[in-house]
Design a protein around this ligand. Structure first.
Ligand code: HEC
Ligand code: HEC
Length: 485
């Protein structure tokens, strides 16, 4: 044991500055002796209101430094070490899942944050992750399509990184299963960060290894020089802290629960205008511009706005059936649906197969042709334009799109269709009776596709938009969002 330890030390000092190009770039076995010692390592843990409401309530801010008494697994001695406790924002009842092979520590997080904002990842040092996922723009680029390396324009709208830690799949077509998996994509993408010359990742790793401070930081965190695996892990660790919540809607929900418990009348826990109005008034008193600004002038009258938000909420969960797909704390089912976005004359754009295209051969589900991931709906006020192709410029336009039932195409999701009207059409046609000549799109088997029209009134549409704006969350804590902090 002692001898082994000794050898490890010798190798440690021997290799640190003699990295060869032949060194594997994907992954290396760590040398524990190079890593930050256990007692100095600072774990990051999430504290949620549900798991530990007292500790949660006592935490003063998002990012809290604490100390913990733990047993050093090597020496067996009790040590007091620093820890970071993240207060998961109101509205999110669990922290993001953290893969066991990538535990969160402060040093790894700081390295990931640095990499996220560093243009060194791109071939010509012009583009960083933050170029297209800019904290100042709701972690998007607020353009229809992103401009990457050499002014290249991509073909998809950049989704936000906000709460992407909760996504079941990453990318619009779900082709990455985790943040670690996802972050390996852009550095190899000629539309994003790669000039197309040679092996993209070998070049990224070589650039990082040429910087002694990066080599030192990777060694402290991972016990070895920069690798592709380690870059992905560090960036994912940073992204897991890009969390938002505590929206007007979350606050109203909390206020309602308290009201129902206080009143003790056995009343059904259901949001009312008074709940929205109470938290709006509170936000006005505290001059909480981040929460109020999205509403514009409507925020001036908390009573009237409270009523409209309840109406919007009821439409979202009722008549407009948005919650058929936008469900849960991040307002997504994590699944893929064809809404006909980008469809022209009943035809999907060529090559835009969505989820169907990204499923591995042998696992293709024809029901998923032209389907895309249901995005979460937090932070919409700062992430326009919308949809996977950025084709809807405003939330009003999105609501109009749903009001007409999306665009008919042979693969339109059943949840978007008027299946009763379709059955009636098919029955009439079989009986040789006259049918609606406006129905022009059919499946390859001849079944009529009739989008379900929501028939929302002008006021209802406006209320639905206001409700979506009530999901606008607190800005990301500066310690996470500000590259200088
Ligand atoms: C040139 C712009 C650009 C750059 C640079 C870029 N991205 Fe993206 N990002 C996009 C676009 C566009 C998509 C959607 C692509 C798709 O789904 O096909 C995306 C998707 C994502 C997603 C998936 C989110 C979701 O909801 O599915 C995450 C997470 C992400 N990027 C993080 C990163 C990280 C980390 C980096 C740096 C290593 C990075 N991006 C670099 C434009 C960019
Ligand atoms: C059948 C499932 C489904 C239903 C029902 C549904 N959505 Fe969506 N929503 C999606 C999918 C999938 C996308 C992405 C589609 C695409 O880009 O091709 C989306 C995109 C959006 C976006 C764009 C978000 C962004 O970041 O680009 C908004 C806003 C939205 N939906 C709101 C609503 C509202 C409001 C309703 C109710 C009127 C609703 N959705 C009903 C599945 C659904």
């Amino acid at each position: 044991m002692l001898r082994l330890w000794f050898c490890a030390l010798i190798t440690a000092s021997g290799v640190s500055h003699s990295l060869r190009a032949a060194e594997p770039i994907d992954a290396l076995i760590p040398n524990e002796a190079k890593k930050i010692p256990f007692a100095k390592d600072t774990p990051i843990t999430f504290v949620t209101r549900n798991s530990n409401s007292q500790v949660w309530a006592a935490l003063p801010k998002y990012w809290n430094e604490a100390t913990q008494e733990v047993v050093d697994p090597v020496s067996g001695a009790k040590v007091a070490r620093k820890a970071v406790l993240i207060k998961v924002p109101l509205g999110l009842s669990s922290g993001p899942a953290v893969p066991p092979e990538n535990p969160m520590t402060l040093a790894k997080w700081a390295l990931g944050k640095k990499l996220y904002f560093d243009k060194i990842i791109s071939s010509d040092a012009t583009v960083s992750c933050a170029t297209c996922h800019d904290p100042a723009k709701g972690y998007t680029d607020q353009s229809r399509f992103s401009t990457g390396i050499g002014g290249n324009i991509g073909g998809a709208n950049a989704p936000t990184v906000l709460n992407s830690a909760y996504n079941r799949f990453q990318f619009w077509d779900g082709r990455a299963a985790s943040l670690e998996d996802q972050s390996q994509g852009p550095p190899t993408n000629p539309k994003e960060m790669f000039d197309g010359k040679g092996d993209a990742w070998a070049a990224v790793v070589a650039r990082l290894r040429a910087k002694p401070e990066y080599v030192k930081e990777f060694e402290a965190v991972f016990g070895h020089a920069p690798t592709r695996d380690a870059v992905a892990k560090a960036i994912a660790t940073y992204e897991r802290t890009v969390l938002v919540g505590n929206s007007i809607y979350d606050r109203a929900e909390a206020a309602m629960k308290k009201r129902v418990a206080d009143d003790d009348t056995g009343e059904k826990p259901e949001l009312k205008a008074v709940d929205f109005t109470a938290v709006l008034k509170d936000a006005i008193a505290k001059n909480d511009t981040a929460a109020l600004q999205p509403f514009g002038d409507a925020a001036k009258d908390a009573d009237a706005l409270g009523k409209r938000l309840v109406s919007g909420r009821n439409l979202f969960f009722g008549k407009a059936s948005c919650t058929n797909c936008h469900v849960g704390e991040n307002f997504t089912d994590g699944l893929f649906h064809n809404l006909g976005v980008g469809t022209k004359d009943g035809q999907l754009p060529a090559g835009d197969l969505g989820r169907f295209g990204s499923l591995p051969t042998g696992h293709k589900d024809p029901a998923l042709v032209g389907s895309f991931k249901t995005p979460g709906l937090r932070g919409l006020a700062s992430t326009a334009p919308y949809m996977h192709d950025g084709s809807e410029a405003t939330l009003e336009a999105v609501v109009d799109y749903y009001d007409k039932g999306g665009n008919a195409n042979p693969h339109l999701a059943e949840k978007m269709r008027d299946t009763a009207a379709e059955a009636a059409y098919a029955k009439a046609r079989a009986a040789g009776q006259p049918v609606d000549p406006n129905v022009k799109v059919f499946t390859s088997g001849g079944w009529p596709i009739i989008p379900f029209q929501l028939k929302l009134t002008k006021d209802e549409k406006a209320d639905l938009v206001l409700f979506m704006l009530s999901l606008q969350s607190d800005p990301v804590d500066p310690i996470v969002a500000d590259p200088a902090k």
